[in-house]
Design a protein. Structure first.
Length: 436
């Protein structure tokens, strides 16, 4: 087995040993961090503990989840750039083993989603990514800008002027869903069903769901899958002008070697990877700008600041906060040796606040020089396929919202709730009002 430092830095020796029952804690700081870190609740306020980790023990082993937590920007970026040593094959695994009823429900419902794009490596990954990028190419995305803007305007015009409202419920949950639906050719009426199924999937795979609730959530996933299959069947004879239509045309023409199951998996992946992520990013962006009021006012006054504000939002509070990898050979990261086959919790959202990379990282600084070096869309082989579409949506939302509601403000003291899960910084409420 080889041993080397992932960041290319000389290996630092971990000098202090601690009396701990866990052999993986080699310093008191690592042991203390493992004790204080709770993967399922830290998302409501992640940055204090991550700043402490970067200073005291940038890599530590979390006993509760059996993951090695990597927090520093250089190490995160470096490991994401080495897919052979850091496999994505665990990227979507459930955090805890399922209740035995779950596989039964999935088998009975002929649930056909399988390891796909996000959790495969090598040539198979490159091949699927090539096809996905083909249907999601920049021109296809740009062609839809006017339609996307109309959706944003319609939803914004329905927001109340004279009372407070939950922006998540009224806007950010709905807008990206309608955009993805337009790209997939799905009817708008099913938005609330899809939102419900998406929550079921997130809690089942990435949360700490009690065993007795798991089978119910699995039924929701089966419904979701069957819904996608029906949609593809309905399109086969007369494919429409959207992604699913494009994919079916590729299948029927034989131009690409894809199957009906592949198409269902592309849709499943788009609905999953393209919806909740964007919902939360829009929420985080609006919330951050309003919290730092002068930043919001600056964007209202100068629309030229919108693109840099979008990038800064992706750095400051990225919705896809943690990624996962499995190490394929023993590695040393920031002086800590991680055995082969271990699981790594890659805190890319936290790395975006590393002071070693970003000056004054807790400040929303519109137009910082290196803003685009954020890891909000990942890095390397698995870099987000939908980054162009996501950026376009964020830009349109900010343009339309600042134009229509320049006096928007946070409701003082309103409770903020987050979905308890280990990967997505996903606020479930954002109470806003107009202050005119
Ligand atoms: C602001 C919104 C979004 C954020 C923050 C985001 C973030 C990410 C991140 C961090 C990854 C890398 C995952 C990894 O390395 O394990 C990723 C991958 C991916 N994203 Fe996004 N994403 C967003 C929107 C979208 C949209 C709109 C779509 C599609 C319609 C999409 C589709 C995908 C797909 C298919 C992958 C897998 C790429 C691969 O494995 O090669 N994402 N995204």
């Amino acid at each position: 087995m080889t041993e080397s430092d992932v960041s290319g830095q000389p290996k630092l020796e971990a000098t202090r040993r601690v009396a701990s029952s866990c052999p993986f804690h080699t310093t008191p700081e690592q042991a203390a961090l493992s004790k204080d870190f709770d993967a399922f609740t830290f998302m409501a306020n992640p940055h204090p503990i991550l700043a402490r980790a970067r200073q005291e023990a940038p890599v530590f082993y979390d006993e509760e989840t059996d993951y090695w937590v990597v927090t520093a920007y250089d190490s995160v970026r470096s490991l994401l750039g080495q897919p052979e040593r850091f496999s994505s094959d665990i990227a979507l695994d459930p955090m805890f083993p399922f209740d035995p009823a779950v596989p039964e429900v999935l088998t009975e419902g002929e649930f056909g989603a399988r390891p796909f794009i996000l959790n495969i490596d090598g040539e198979e990954h490159s091949e699927h990514k090539r096809i996905m990028s083909k249907v999601l190419h920049p021109r296809a995305v740009a062609d839809r800008e006017d339609d996307i803007r109309l959706i944003a305007r319609r939803l914004i015009s329905s927001l109340p002027d004279d009372e407070s409202f939950d922006f998540v419920e009224r806007f950010s949950m709905v807008f990206p869903a309608l955009v993805i639906f337009m790209f997939l050719g799905l009817p708008e009426e099913v938005v609330s069903d899809v939102n419900r199924w998406a929550d079921a999937r997130m809690e089942l795979f990435f949360g700490e769901l009690p065993l007795e609730q798991q089978a119910d959530e699995a039924r929701g996933m089966v419904e979701f899958w069957q819904f996608i299959e029906r949609h593809i069947d309905e399109q086969i004879d007369d494919p429409g002008d959207h992604f699913v239509g494009d994919l079916i045309r590729l299948l029927l023409s034989g131009e690409e070697e894809i199957t009906r199951n592949d198409i269902a998996n592309y849709c499943w992946t788009f609905l999953f990877a393209g919806h909740e992520t964007t919902t939360s990013q829009i929420t985080n962006m609006v919330s951050d700008l309003l919290l730092q009021r002068e930043a919001w006012d600056a964007v209202v006054a100068d629309s030229g600041l919108i693109n840099p504000a979008v990038e800064e939002s992706l750095r400051m509070n990225t919705s896809v906060f943690n990624l996962r990898r499995r190490v394929t050979e023993e590695v040393t990261i920031d002086g800590v040796t991680i055995p082969a086959d271990s699981k790594v919790f890659v805190v890319s959202g936290g790395a975006n606040r590393d002071v070693a990379e970003f000056e004054d990282p807790d400040h929303f600084t519109i137009g910082r020089d290196n803003a685009r070096r954020h890891l909000g869309f990942g890095f390397g082989e698995h870099f987000c396929v939908g980054a162009g579409l996501a950026r376009l949506q964020l830009r349109v939302v900010l343009q339309e919202l600042t134009a229509a509601m320049p006096d928007l403000a946070l409701v003082d003291g309103a409770e903020r709730r987050f979905i308890n899960n280990a990967f997505f910084c996903a606020p479930r409420t954002l109470w806003l009002e107009r202050k005119a």
